[in-house]
Every structure is written in C-alpha cells, then in structure tokens.
Ligand binder design. Structure first.
Ligand code: GAR
Length: 213
C-alpha cells in the first residue's frame, strides 16, 4: 500500500508540529510529512520546519485561501493536519478534502469551541479540562471527535498553567490520532467517526495523570 502524504498547517509556535515530526519515525512506512503551510510570517513553527528540513510555504494573511488552495493542489495530501492553524478554512476547500482534515482544539469539545478556552475554564471553575482531536467539517470545531485527552484542573491553576497542561495533553493525543489515520484504523463517514469500521457514539477519552507532565 502506498505511503500517505500529509501536510501541516500552523499559525504560531508550532509545538504540535514539532511533536508530530518527532513522532513521525514510527509511522514512516505509512505516512510522510511532505510540507507545511502558515499564514503567519512570524510564526515560530517556521523554525521548526527548517530544523526538520520540511518544506514550508509562508503566505501573508491577504491571499491566504487562494494560496492554501494552490498549496493543497500541489501536494495533493491524504491528510491535512491543523496544528494551531488559526484561520477558518472556507467550505469550498473543506468540501474538497472531506474526511482528510484533522484539527486539535484546546478544550473538551463540544465544550468551548472558538477562542479563549483557558479563561472560560477558570471562570466556570471546571474540574476537568483537556484537548480534542477531531475531523474538520464546515461547522467550526464540531466535526466528529477522534480522541480527547482529559486532565484534572489543579486548584491553583491560571491561564498559563492550563496552557502547559493542555499542550501536554495535545502532545500525547495528536500523534495517536495521526497514527490511527496512517494505519487506516479510523475514518470519517458522514459526520461520524468509525474506528475499526465500528461507529463511535461517544468520544474516546484518555485520562492524563499530572505525573505524566
Ligand atoms: C494549540 O493549543 C491548539 O490546540 C490551538 O492552538 C495551539 C497551538 O499551539 N488551536 C486552536 O485553538 C484552534 N482552534 P502550537 O503552535 O504550540 O502547536
């Protein structure tokens, strides 16, 4: 079977991108990272790409969606990984890659779609927080959940400590989700997740102990 081609889209620091690239060797017979794309010329993830010798397309915000379309046409990826990509991908692009786009979001979806999840967790005194990997559909942060990483919120949390804990959860679950995709263990059908061809009715959740941070 041919090796799947993957591209990564990012806008910021690139810790998820770095972590995925670091975890790529154990799936190298199944999936290869071909290139990356960013809408932010200042993004720290650009240095990550250089460090890993990954081709990176840097575009400015103005023509982002036409440049993204061209980029995707050029690489024809089997999997598009959103790793802190902070632009909404328009439906005409999403619909061309149904079941081939994955995103990571810093909350336990469906709780807190959109922005500012850490302040919402604190304002609501949540007991648990975490991160979600999901397939992307045209509805923002609402596609079928692939995997969640959940942790207990410590009493003395602030936004910065929540970010650290959430990134830790993300760095555990994203490589697992990508590995599942690479090995054809998961796929999206309609708006549902199939795992080993079985319909998953409620999200698969990994409980992350504080000691793993
Ligand atoms: C991650 O926490 C990711 O969940 C979030 O951006 C951060 C990127 O960090 N994504 C979103 O909020 C998308 N809605 P990174 O650049 O260090 O990987």
């Amino acid at each position: 079977m041919s090796i799947k081609k993957s591209v990564v889209l990012f806008s910021g620091k690139g810790s998820n991108l770095k972590n995925l690239l670091e975890n790529s060797t154990n799936i190298k017979d199944k999936l290869m990272y071909k290139a990356a794309f960013t809408n932010n010329p200042q993004a720290g993830g650009i240095d990550v790409c250089h460090k890993f010798s990954l081709d990176v397309r840097v575009c400015d915000d103005v023509n982002v969606n036409s440049e993204l379309s061209e980029f995707l046409k050029e690489y024809d990826p089997d999997l598009i990984i959103l790793a802190g990509y902070m632009k909404i991908i328009p439906p005409e692009i999403v619909n061309q890659y149904v079941g081939k786009i994955m995103n990571i979001h810093p909350s336990l979806l469906p709780k807190y779609p959109g922005l500012n999840t850490y302040s919402k967790i604190l304002a609501n005194n949540d007991t648990y927080a975490g991160a979600t990997v999901h397939f992307v559909t045209c509805n923002l942060d609402q596609g079928p959940v692939i995997l969640q990483g959940k942790y207990a919120v410590p009493d003395d949390s602030d936004e910065s400590s929540l970010q650290t804990l959430t990134h830790n959860a993300e760095h555990i679950i994203y490589p697992i989700a990508v590995k599942w995709f690479a090995n054809d263990i998961i796929r999206m059908e309609g708006e549902k997740l199939l795992l080993d061809e079985k319909l998953i009715e409620s999200p698969i959740v990994l409980l992350i102990e504080q000691s793993s941070v």
